[in-house]
Design a protein around this ligand. Structure first.
Ligand code: GLV
Ligand code: MG
Length: 338
């Protein structure tokens, strides 16, 4: 069950392929829905056919009085739906809430055989994963489940970021980690009021040109999440689990959403959350390697032969290391095509 991202590891050329205990499953978007909402539940079969992962959300954005209805709604829709190859996930309530114990007991007992991953919010250290791990083991044994349910952590507190390496390594159940920019911004006391994405005030100003010091300067918005995504990607890569960008709340701004998703993809993330159907196609496009990049990668790998030495292609030097990057790209394209 380990090693969901083993295929992403650049191999020394000639080394035996790593044996992944679970086959890679496409994970370009984690599509959130509110299971307490009957209308949303009725759309689940259609949406599930379009996405890699569908997730019933029980935590933030679900009102307190709807917590139980959401839990039971998820049981109802999971029982009634054939998810095919699409993964079914749940985001349970946080470990300091009064609801999480019932979330885990009910869902593992009632729909454990259909549930692929439990997403745990506000994870602060390895102890949080250990707690969920032991509880899942007990509940799985009681329900007679033979396939382990995996665990995904949301990185959304300053303490969690500090401990991201131990979180990634905390259990063989760890499937991956998502950046949670909204809670993380609050925990860090950032001065933003958004759900993910950039900020027009966080920018780089181009040097003034000529004598005009007040106008004629171009500004470029920076990626507010660069540092955390990079840390999370390193922690995940070092433990063979999958990193994800989280939510992008400005549903209408599809351009900025695509930019944020692409920054995350280029930094190593395999997917992002989709909060609205419009974000499904964006994630599918962004987190699937560009055909032009795949064609270039193929050319490099073929030209490099046994993968050692250096070749010139279109005026650019390619060597063992760029060949490894190309293999990462080709492996992902192949895995998504299967
Ligand atoms: C997600 O849960 C976030 O806080 O951004
Ligand atoms: Mg959050």
């Amino acid at each position: 069950m380990r090693n969901p991202r083993a295929f992403l590891r650049p191999l020394a050329v000639g080394a035996p392929a790593p044996v992944a205990d679970v086959p890679f499953r496409p994970s370009r978007m984690i599509h959130f829905f509110d299971p307490s909402n009957e209308k949303m539940r009725s759309k689940v079969p259609d949406i599930a056919a379009k996405v890699d992962i569908i997730l019933g959300n029980l935590e933030d954005a679900i009102k307190t009085e709807n917590k139980e209805a959401a839990r039971l709604g998820l049981v109802e829709v999971a029982r009634a739906t054939d998810f095919g190859d699409t993964q079914l996930w749940v985001r349970v309530n946080s470990l300091d809430s009064p609801w999480v114990l019932d979330d885990l007991i009910t869902l593992v007992t009632e729909i454990g055989e259909k549930l692929d991953v439990v997403m745990v919010p506000k994870v602060e250290g390895a102890q949080d994963i250990h707690y969920v791990d032991r509880l899942l083991a007990q509940l799985e044994a009681r329900a007679g489940l033979t396939r382990p349910i995996l665990v995904h952590a949301i990185l959304e507190t300053a303490e969690g970021v500090t401990n991201v390496e131990e979180i990634a390594a905390a259990s063989p159940r760890m499937q991956g980690i998502s950046l949670g920019p909204a809670d993380l911004a609050a925990s860090r006391r950032m001065k933003t009021t958004r759900v993910g994405g950039g900020h027009p005030g966080y920018l780089v100003r181009q040097d003034p040109t000529g004598d005009d010091l007040t106008t004629g300067r171009t500004t470029y918005q920076q990626d507010l999440w660069h540092y955390t995504i990079a840390r999370m990607v390193d922690a995940c890569a070092g433990n063979d689990i999958l990193p994800f960008y989280g939510p992008f709340g400005d549903i209408k701004d599809v351009v900025a959403c695509e930019d944020q998703f692409r920054n995350a993809f280029l930094l190593g993330c395999v997917g992002a959350w989709s909060l609205h159907p419009v974000q499904i196609d964006i994630a599918k496009r962004v987190f699937s390697p560009d055909p032009a990049d795949v064609a270039h990668a193929k050319e490099v790998v073929e030209a490099m032969g046994d993968g050692s030495g250096a070749v010139m292609i279109n005026g650019k030097m390619e060597d063992d290391a760029s060949c490894k990057q190309c293999i990462v790209m080709l492996d992902l394209a192949k895995a998504l095509a299967e």
